[in-house]
Design a protein around this ligand. Structure first.
Ligand code: ADP
Length: 498
């Protein structure tokens, strides 16, 4: 999109035509370089706002502020007070939920029919981490040394956290990083994705209002290769929590080696979704479809490799294709729209590129398969839900992450065969099993090498239940007690008495 793209009419209180500045040390600042970039509505191509473009120098400023806060005032704030701040923050997110979810829709395209449902998750995440703030504790441990030697552990915050997030769910991704950091007593520099920086900035505003002290949460928008890379290699950062592609994840790990900072990675996937002939097809058809089409396929754990038992393969894939045609595609600000645009021209090129590759490889599109350009759609990045049949395991559309609304449907014959094929991928994030047979469900729940297995559902998430990857889908867990551990150091204390 060029700098001459039309301006969006002011229809959202946050979009007031003013430069959106970065949050450092409780103040709203321009970039040290004075540079700005534009945030674009992917449904219309309109410019939503000019945003201060953070760079290495701004990251330095933010890290210094975060360090000062971590070692100074924030270290004296008791768990009970951190809990109170997080609860206040949760209340403010709840009160401003319409504003926040609409901003997600405008900035990254997911329809209101989806983003509005994120209210519960966003508020739930903050309330969960608020609860955990007062539940953290070390242990006393019996040792076998001679004499009286008492040993116990302390759980201490890891320190300054760099949080680098993608654009596919700005509201909840931000809170999924901010929540555990604040609960454990860490401080954060949040680097939103360049495609969708607005909701994280609005959250920064609400966090200040909730009483998060200056420097505890800093929000520095900017590009990955500059601001993101500076954060990942910064000697003053103790941990990087990253969500994004596995390519960038590899760079983060390399950059982290400068000071061997802690790293947690939530990366991509090519998740298997396995449908047996004995499944309740009434729920499996929409379930398997929305496992991919929700958020236009821009979800890392989308069930994109749809394995269907051969005896129902033709019927099932035809029904999923029919269902996909009932999903209204369009500008997600219309509450009846189910499928919004892709986030950017780059994503559009990538997804339509894979659609062409699928056809060249001999897969058969039962629905979708081309960019949509009718009327106003030509101004945005729209692609329809697409079902490819006749897909083989060795095709690129069965192996590579597309990050668009594309199902690769593959037939299978029996459980042993499908288990081996489901695991034949470098990724291991999500997986689905649709069956009425409890034996098959348990067998696959154990056998599938992935961080989540959903049986007769897909994409169920809860703040208390851990989520994360096996293999090249990353390491570390988000949600659940394991998530808090990622933000804590364990110190052993030995005291000789007597
Ligand atoms: P996607 O392909 O989904 O956009 P990316 O991994 O490219 O995923 O981006 C996720 C986040 O990582 C974004 O905030 C982006 O700015 C950031 N990022 C991209 N490249 C780098 C990098 N080299 N170092 C640190 N962060 C990066």
């Amino acid at each position: 999109m060029t700098a001459h793209a039309p301006r969006a009419p002011a229809r959202h209180p946050f979009l007031d035509g003013k430069l959106k500045r970065m949050l450092i040390d409780g103040k709203w600042l321009e970039a040290a370089s004075g540079k700005t970039f534009q945030s674009i509505n992917p449904a219309t191509g309109e410019v939503l706002a000019d945003v201060a473009e953070g760079d290495a120098e701004d990251i330095d400023r933010a890290v210094e502020a975060a360090r000062r806060a971590f070692e100074g005032p924030w270290s004296k704030v008791k768990p009970f007070e951190r809990q109170a701040i997080l609860l206040k923050f949760a209340d403010l997110v709840d009160q401003h939920a319409d504003e926040l979810t609409e901003l997600d829709t405008l900035d990254m395209g997911a329809p209101l029919s989806r983003t509005r449902n994120m209210r519960r998750r966003a508020v739930g995440l903050l309330r969960y981490y608020a609860g955990m703030a007062t539940a953290l504790h070390g242990e006393t441990i019996e040792n076998s040394l001679p004499g009286d030697v008492f040993s116990y552990t302390l759980k201490e915050p890891v320190g300054v956290v760099g949080a680098i997030i993608p654009w596919n769910a700005p509201l909840t991704s931000s809170l999924w990083k901010i929540g555990p950091a604040l609960a454990t007593g860490c401080t954060v520099i949040l680097k939103p994705a360049e495609e969708a920086p607005l909701t994280p900035l609005l959250l920064g505003q609400l966090a200040l209002e909730a009483g998060v002290p200056p420097g505890v949460l800093n929000v520095v928008p900017g590009y990955g290769e500059t601001a993101g890379a500076a954060l990942a290699k910064h000697m003053g950062v103790d941990k990087v929590a990253f969500t994004g592609s596995h390519f960038t994840g590899q760079k983060i790990v390399q950059a982290s080696s400068f000071n061997l900072k802690r790293v947690s990675l939530e990366l991509g996937g090519k998740s298997p979704d396995i449908v047996f002939a004995d499944a309740d097809l009434e729920s499996a058809v929409p379930g398997a479809a929305m496992a991919v089409f929700a958020n236009s396929g821009q979800i890392c754990s989308a069930g994109t490799r749809l394995f269907v038992e051969r005896k129902i393969y033709d019927e099932f894939t035809a029904r999923v294709a029919e269902f996909s045609k009932t999903l209204r595609v369009g500008n997600g600000i219309d509450p009846d729209v189910m499928i919004g645009p892709l986030v950017s021209q780059e994503q559009l090129d990538r997804v339509t590129g894979y659609m062409s590759i699928g056809r060249q490889e001999g897969a058969n599109p039962l629905s979708g398969g081309e960019r949509m350009t009718d009327g106003d759609m030509a101004k945005g990045y729209f692609v329809p839900p697409t079902v490819f049949a006749n897909v083989r395991d060795d095709m690129r559309i069965a192996q590579e992450e597309i990050f668009g609304p594309v199902i690769s449907a593959i037939p299978f014959t029996d459980i042993d065969e499908v288990l081996g094929r489901a695991n034949n991928t470098m990724f291991g994030l999500g997986s689905g099993v649709w069956t009425r047979d409890v034996n098959k469900a348990h067998r696959l729940a154990r056998g599938i090498r992935a961080g989540s297995v959903w049986v007769n559902c897909y994409q169920a998430m809860d703040p208390a239940v851990p989520f994360g990857g096996y293999k090249m889908s990353g390491y570390g867990r988000e949600s659940g007690i394991q998530h808090l551990e990622e933000y804590l150091n364990v110190k052993a204390v030995w005291i000789k008495t007597g």
